[in-house]
Design a protein around this ligand. Structure first.
Ligand SMILES: [Zn+2]
Length: 107
């Protein structure tokens, strides 16, 4: 147990949700395309939206994995600008925060 336990739990939960979303999209994508051309256009359009969601979910999972890895290695929660410990409250609000409040404010 450490001070980031709540954050890890939240991230794991979020990762599961994203995984479920990806699995669902994969399943939907396997459906054969409707041969009616008008409907096909709509399907293609929605598949573009789907791949955007897909990509977003993948990026977020990669980010979550990175944070979990940093927590594991005790490298998490330090400001990359000044090296100060970022307050847990801030990390709980923004798990991928890499600056402390002061450094973020001076950006
Ligand atoms: Zn800082």
């Amino acid at each position: 147990m450490n001070e980031y336990n709540g954050i890890s739990q939240g991230l794991l939960k979020r990762r599961r949700e994203l995984q479920i979303r990806i699995d669902k999209l994969k399943k939907d994508g396997d459906d054969p395309l409707n041969m009616d051309s008008e409907e096909q256009a709509i399907e293609l359009e929605s598949s573009e939206v789907q791949s955007a969601i897909y990509e977003g979910a993948f990026k977020e999972i990669a980010q979550i994995n990175k944070i979990l890895d940093m927590i594991e290695k005790n490298e998490y929660g330090k400001c990359i600008e000044c090296g100060e410990q970022i307050p847990v409250k801030r990390l709980e609000a923004i798990p991928h925060a890499s600056y402390c409040v002061d450094c973020a404010a001076s950006k």
